[in-house]
Design a protein around this ligand. Structure first.
Ligand code: ADP
Length: 537
């Protein structure tokens, strides 16, 4: 009988999802085996030493519980001692009980007998069960045992409910931790469900897609989104996503896929997608992660550019140097002693070695600029004198007329070596991109705040689209590609001028109508000296 009771209760109590359901299961079982006219189920909170009544039953009516501090009654005694208590005649053995019914506060009920048993977990008292009757002598020792068996089952269920509650708290904590991770992630992340509908995206994804929350409908597949209202970038990404989502739905992950966004500025995204599966292994959608790798790609491209430039531009001087050195050796071994001949061979070697070292400096400068490490050391510099000096050096081989319209004495604090590099670059471009016999004019104008340098030619010219892109690293306009070059010179010059606190721009009336490259430098130093050039790419 008792065993039957316990196993039945086991299944009843095991189904309880909360303490209220457990109370009902306990009451039902108790009243099968004993008088449970009044029935009480309470938990004990050790920390506050209070008894928390879960529910009470009195003559078939369920009352909500209350709480009271551990006191002198039988309930408190059982909690304190951990031992069950049989009260045969309440009036003789203890005080009348004032029940804590919310509806009839303070009602005095006078049960005549009762059993109170602890709900134990090892030595710890989790709470109590109490059955009472308005009849005296309603209980005997066997009832104590029965109620203790019911209490043992109650103990197991309470523990289980506490674990579940703990798990719910843990689950919530994990969810909020995950939320925080997603929000601070630099990578964009999308979660799609089994139907391929977007159910979640983080801040980075929203930024990348340029979507405000209103333009994306959560829970709808991509093809049902109002894509025509999405910004171009988002539409391009969405187009790339369709096959990825389809693959996820059929259980295929993707790794290391790259998408190039062509509209507007070139952007490269790397994408990875992993399938989420149910415990049985059925695909349940997946997680898609994007990363903007444009910067990384640009750096790789720069390295390739530099390598190509180094390969291309160094091959010639190295061949020439080797040729002349061999020639010199041969002459010496043949007994050639004419100092003029030997000198001319040696001079050629020196000249090409200089050329090589200049090339190496340019390569180094570009990579320093890229890394934000190009330093500027301003000293008093006469820009007029510097311009004359640079043009003088180039005139001999120019095969074009070079005119200089420069005031003397435009002195400011600039890095002479760096400005020399800028002038040399602009001037050699003007010569390179204009026909033999034409004129290149360098002019200097100054007001009290700044000086402006203009290098004008009568060459191939530039259209508006080209003018807008000239200063991007590696840019070369179509008509210029017939001539050698790596598209790094203007990028570098612009970096130097910007680091001086100046500005650089170009003007042209169009193809075949010549161009003018201009830059200004401040005459009073308003910018920080000796600071590295910022990467403006
Ligand atoms: P590179 O001359 O090695 O190509 P630059 O950075 O100096 O590299 O110039 C970038 C591009 O700007 C050139 O490829 C050319 O298209 C354009 N450019 C520069 N200077 C001139 C000029 N004086 N006239 C016309 N186009 C020019």
């Amino acid at each position: 009988m008792r065993l039957e009771l316990v196993s039945r209760l086991g299944s009843l109590a095991a189904g309880a999802r909360n303490l209220g359901e457990l109370f009902r299961a306990l009451h039902e079982e108790t009243e099968r085996v004993m008088d449970a006219t009044v029935f009480l189920f309470a938990l004990y909170d050790e920390a506050s030493e209070t008894v928390q009544v879960v529910r009470q039953m009195d003559r078939g009516v369920e009352h909500s519980g209350g709480s009271f501090p551990l006191g002198k009654g039988f309930t408190s005694e059982v909690i304190r001692t951990g031992a069950p208590r049989l009260v045969r005649r309440w009036s003789a053995e203890g005080p009348p009980v004032r029940l804590l019914y919310g509806t009839e506060a303070g009602d005095l009920v006078t049960p005549q007998s009762g059993v109170v048993v602890p709900i134990l977990s090892g030595d710890r008292v989790l709470g109590v069960l109490s059955a009472q009757s308005y009849r005296p002598e309603a209980y005997e020792e066997a009832d104590l045992l029965s109620l203790s068996a019911i209490a043992a089952q109650a103990g197991i269920t309470i523990q289980r409910l506490r674990v579940t509650e703990q798990m719910a708290v843990e689950h919530e904590r994990h969810a909020s931790e995950l939320e925080a991770v997603l929000a601070t992630m630099n990578d964009a992340l999308l979660i799609v469900d089994a139907r391929g509908a977007i159910v979640r995206l983080n801040r980075a994804a929203r930024e990348l897609l340029c979507l405000d929350s209103a333009s994306l409908v959560f829970g709808q597949p991509l093809e049902q989104q109002r894509l025509e209202r999405w910004p171009v970038t988002a539409r391009e990404i969405a187009a790339a996503l369709v096959p990825v989502i389809d693959a996820l739905r059929s259980g295929a992950s993707h790794a290391g896929m790259e998408i190039e966004l062509g509209s507007g500025q070139l952007r490269v995204l790397s994408l990875g997608a992993s399938v989420l599966r149910s415990p049985k292994g059925v695909p349940q959608g997946g997680v898609i992660v994007f990363r903007d790798i444009t910067g990384q790609r640009e750096l790789e491209r720069l390295r390739e550019d530099i390598f190509a430039m180094a390969w291309h531009d160094m091959k010639t001087p190295i061949t020439v140097i080797r040729g002349h050195a061999e020639l010199l050796l041969r002459r010496l071994s043949c007994g050639e002693r004419d100092p003029k001949v030997l000198e001319s061979d040696a001079a050629l070697i020196v000249e090409h070695t200089d050329h090589l070292s200049k090339l190496l400096t340019t390569l180094f400068d570009i990579s320093s600029l890229e890394a934000g490490l190009l330093s500027i050391s301003p000293r008093p510099t006469d820009l007029g004198a510097l311009t004359r000096d640079v043009t003088r050096g180039m005139r001999a081989t120019a095969r074009r007329n070079i005119e200089v319209l420069a005031h003397q004495g435009v002195v400011g604090r600039w890095d002479e070596q760096r400005i020399r590099q800028v002038l040399t670059n602009l001037l050699s471009n003007a010569l390179k991109y204009s026909p033999e016999g034409s004129t290149v004019t360098v002019s200097l104008t100054a007001d009290e705040r700044s000086v402006t340098v203009r290098v004008s030619d009568e060459g191939i010219g530039l259209d508006d689209i080209e003018l807008a892109q000239l200063f991007r690293r590696g840019y070369r306009a179509e008509p210029a590609r017939k001539l050698a070059g790596a598209g790094l010179g203007l990028y570098f010059c612009n970096g130097i001028v910007t680091a001086h606190g100046g500005r650089m721009w170009a003007e042209s009336f169009g193809h075949g109508r010549g161009s003018t490259f201009c830059f200004t430098l401040p005459l009073r130093e308003e910018h920080g000296a000796d600071r590295p050039v910022e990467d403006r790419a």
